[in-house]
Design a protein around this ligand. Sequence first.
Ligand code: BLA
Length: 312
Amino acid sequence: SFSLQHTLPPLLKRTASSNRRVCIQSCFSSVSYHKFVDFALDETSLHTHLLSSPLQEKYSSMKSKDGKGVLNMLSFQADKIRLLRSMTIETETMQVLDFTVFPKAEYDVPIFCANFFSTAKTNIVVLDLNPLHDIINQDDYKEKYFKSLMPLGLKYAEHFPWGGKLTSESITFFSPIVIWTKFTSSPQNYDILYSAFRDYYKVWLELIATAVKETDGYQISHNLEAQHRYLTWRAETDPGQGVLKKLIGDTLAKDLLRSFLFNGVDELGSKTFNDYFPHYHGEEGTLNKKGGIAGKSFENRPWDASGKFLGQ
Ligand code: BLA
């Protein structure tokens, strides 16, 4: 039977002593995201056979320039999964999880997205099943995947307050059950975040497990373009870019973003950022004449309890 240990790089092999990973961060640190990744990999292995990705050879672990931080990368593929990849960052002052799973283009299943940025005081969190297609105007897609999940979203929306204004385009990549939040660091909050992560991931695994393979060429290319558009958005605008550049330098950060974190951005399509987002004017952009969305918006959660978009 399948054992995860065979596919993990030596550094992360879970042996008897694995619970004591080398602690290079300050040992009073508040959270470690390794157990989140462990959970997701174990749970995925219950459903499908995870194969190590070809990316694993090049991206495994990296030290920050000052030698005080470490980045750990894991990547896999599976029957219905083009790429499952995770990156954790641990330094003296921050812990980061960037865990995303991209289905193959034959499936219109949402993209699983967990982005957590933590310091001793505060946390910036996005946890979502990012819709592949427009759920603001396309009711059938919203119904297909999110209608039944609203109670799950509401359960956590009660605990985690809306994180406030964000780059307006981001909202079109988020689902009605998105957990977009900022909260104070505390063991209790991390417990609830871990619980949310497990719930969301289990739900996502159900979606992919039951998804039926698309055979219509038009639909497949429609899914592929949506994946590419998503990658283009994230590779270009990732709010973690500045942090990454500081840690490992401009060149390595750019390579990590385009070849690892958002792998496929240079291969899965030829459209550019401007083709997809002609109205985007950068983070500080203001509303432009063409009426495109730009700048920051959505002070409050823009969905009601039934999943109806309230933002426009
Ligand atoms: C802030 N991260 C943010 C914000 C969002 C996200 C919405 C608020 C700022 C904004 O409006 O953009 C995350 N945005 C997302 C995600 C999607 C999106 C997940 O569109 C998906 C579609 N964050 C990380 C990583 C780091 C990180 C890996 O995911 C660090 C390495 C840091 N995120 C980070 C920091 C901020 C932030 C420092 C606050 C600074 C800022 O607002 O620019």
